[in-house]
Design a binder for this molecule. Sequence first.
Ligand code: AMP
Ligand code: ZN
Length: 486
Amino acid sequence: MSMVRSISLFNTLARKVEPVAGASDQIRIYTCGPTVYNFAHIGNLRTFLFQDLMKRTLRAAGRNVRHCMNITDVEDKIIRDSQKDLPADATNEQRHGAMSTLTVRYTQAFLEDLETLRIQRPDVMPRATDHIPHMIRLVKDLEAKGLAYAREGSVYYRIAAFPDYGALAHLDKEGMRQGASEGASGDADEYERDAASDFVLWKAVKDGEPWWDSPWGPGRPGWHIECSAMGIEHLGEHVDIHTGGVDLIFPHHENEIAQSEGCLGHRWVDAWVHGEFLMVEGEKMSKSLGNFFTLRDLIEKGVDPIAFRFAMQSNHYRKLYNFSFEGLKAAENALKRIRAFRRRMEDEGAPAGQGEWKEALDPRQRLAQAREEYWAAMGDDLNTPEALAALFTLISDLNAHDDRVALGREERDEVLAFLDETDSIFAAWPKETGSLDAQVEALIEARKAAKTAKDWPEADRLRHAIQALGIVLEDRKDGSVGWRRA
Ligand code: AMP
Ligand code: ZN
């Protein structure tokens, strides 16, 4: 399995599917991480699941990956929510304290979500507030190069001085506004395409906000400069793949390019790869529309988080996905089929040579074919629907074959190796003994601890989490808790 396979991805900048560059022996991936002012909703998690799929596919294809995902822990919405209960005369220390209390809590919740969904932890997860000096350095550099200018304690990017501005989002240059005073986007981090204009890099302090010292007076960074600073600091002057949801193409990623390339003087990112939205009844799932679920909501409804993972990953990442509980049910059923097949391959099966079948196939050849089809599809812009179709066809063919002419132990082991290979990406049909046991035991222990600590909501949450794994708890006479599969 040490063979290196070619993987292509759709590059938003080039507007076509391109092979992932192989210049270095390490693929450096930057992901715009969560804004930690609340729980992530499952739309956000769809994007993080697509990134996990991409990263695991590259690793399974024999590539070496270094992944950096930032934590956005200073930003408009975080400030709004963290400062609202503070008195008007609160000190800057108190303001920072309130902000960090909020962001530490939701960073923790986010890490738990990653774990529940088996999303591999990025290699580095820098926090924006740990990189203020890096951001200030970048802004000073842009100012020195004539790409930025200060106005009343804030600093703005001069988009007219960066000829490539708009290349990623394919903006029409004519409509762009220049100059902070006319700039429709003003000091906002988020705005629409038709408001493309000079954007804010550093924001002068306003009443009721935490601040840092800077060459332009007290203030705080704009959102876009955060990712440029952390990306360059942790991945360097060349990034192979930069990812996020499609809503980040403009203005966030467009602005990141202007900042980073303006500073470095050369191309910064090879491939920009964007995942499509999770929708609810035709609308984007979002906090502001209020049409969202968190992962905790799903678990409370008895949904297996891995069925949610599979529902997201078995659909193509560049297609809209309409969320529904029926969709999750279908994913759960598909998983049951793969898991049952896995158990069948683990068992010895009927004695070989029990039956005759005139259309008998050659299981090894069939397996090799499925494996080729699977990798061809995964390599073609992560075409999971096709890759999984190859797996399901293999399952029906081998089930039918095994009914008539039992597969031998060696053949079964080769099939199991392929199931491991596919599971190293989908993380949804692992070998059951051991891994599930350990997971359930750990949850039972955590629930016991929560009960001892009288943390009833947590104990409840864990009970639901155990249920969602399809496990029935059994109270034993000696006070210990056993379990069995439902
Ligand atoms: P945020 O925490 O708001 O910065 O968003 C984290 C990630 O979730 C970003 O990459 C967004 O593009 C992505 N995102 C936001 N809403 C959705 C959605 N409905 N479906 C898929 N991804 C989303
Ligand atoms: Zn970003």
